[in-house]
Design a protein around this ligand. Structure first.
Ligand code: ADP
Ligand code: MG
Length: 297
């Protein structure tokens, strides 16, 4: 081919060159490579199927392009979601749809659904869930955490014991700054089960450092089986506890759950426990709760 008629298959600045069939053919052969370079993996992998479907639906070029882009966006979003959920370390899968509000009448469904919109996460507010074992605190934490992740926020789930343990260890190893920075990073930090077990003496001060670090930056969702006015017993220091609560509760939503353990309710139904005085298994009528078995996983 004489040099003057040779055209490059690379599009010019103003758009495609008036490519000849052979050049188009070369572009098509390089399509896989170009899609890889552009990181359009979903389009690359599903190309035949997507094009067949586009043809079947008789889409014009613009519509077909939108159709391909939508497949790529959906796949990227799915990948982001699954990675973010892995990073979040939720102990199990629970959703707001899976929460039976009838089983826990002390909870205002409207308030929980409102929290489900994650405006509080956007604002950097905190949520404190209080209530006895088995009433759905961890369930709601996981469900709200998943809502946050679905809306594009980063989240991390941990227990109070694990968190304090990690901070104590980091302090001993001289890496506290790094650990604090790590826990300050996710937009939403979920701290489960504060108050179940006594904490080490340094816990209060370390916890305070973490809460100050996150204050008005990222949200904390924390659950406890003890009312906040007993937290000084948990942290073993009134001054530090007051400082923690001051920051934690400043922009916060407190949900107090009063009622029976959901797990025991199921067991009571099967006759393992006698019904509570004053009623069947309906929640929170002041009967003395039956013995509480060790927390199930
Ligand atoms: P807590 O953290 O308050 O001790 P969990 O959230 O671990 O309680 O709840 C115990 C179990 O019961 C979990 O499997 C949870 O999904 C389930 N559960 C608790 N409350 C409800 C509810 N109202 N609707 C559906 N499942 C519930
Ligand atoms: Mg729990």
């Amino acid at each position: 081919m004489p040099r003057s008629t040779q055209k490059t298959a690379t599009p010019s600045r103003s758009g495609m060159t008036a490519a000849e069939p052979a050049e188009i053919q070369r572009l098509v052969e390089d399509l896989d490579g170009m899609l890889s370079r552009l990181r359009l993996g979903a389009i690359r992998e599903q190309l035949d199927g997507l094009l067949e479907e586009a043809a079947r639906r008789q889409l014009n070029l613009r519509e077909a392009l939108a159709w391909l882009c939508a497949a790529e966006v959906a796949s990227k979003e799915q990948r982001r979601l699954s990675m973010a959920l892995t990073i979040a370390h939720f102990p199990f899968v629970r959703t707001l749809e899976g929460f039976e509000f009838e089983a826990q009448p002390s909870i205002d469904p409207g308030k929980i659904r409102d929290l489900g919109t994650c405006r509080w996460v956007a604002n950097g507010d905190n949520v404190v869930l209080l209530g006895p074992p088995g009433v759905g605190k961890t369930h709601l934490e996981v469900a709200l955490g998943r809502e946050a992740v679905a809306r594009g926020y980063t989240a991390q789930f941990t227990t109070a014991m694990e968190l304090i343990g990690a901070l104590v260890k980091a302090q001993q190893q001289g890496t506290l700054e790094m650990r604090l920075a790590q826990y300050a990073k996710p937009k939403l930090l979920i701290i489960d089960e504060l108050g179940y077990l006594p904490l080490e003496p340094a816990a209060g001060h370390l916890f305070f450092q973490l809460i100050s670090r996150r204050y008005e930056q990222g949200s904390v969702l924390i659950s406890s089986n003890r009312p906040v006015d007993e937290w000084d017993e948990v942290f073993g220091d009134q001054v530090v506890t007051a400082a923690i609560l001051d920051r934690l509760l400043h922009h916060s939503h407190v949900v107090t759950i009063r009622g029976d353990s959901y797990r025991l309710r199921e067991k009571r139904r099967s006759g393992l426990f006698r019904p509570q005085a004053g009623g069947s298994s309906s929640a929170g009528i002041g009967g003395v709760p039956p013995p509480i078995p060790a927390e199930e996983a």
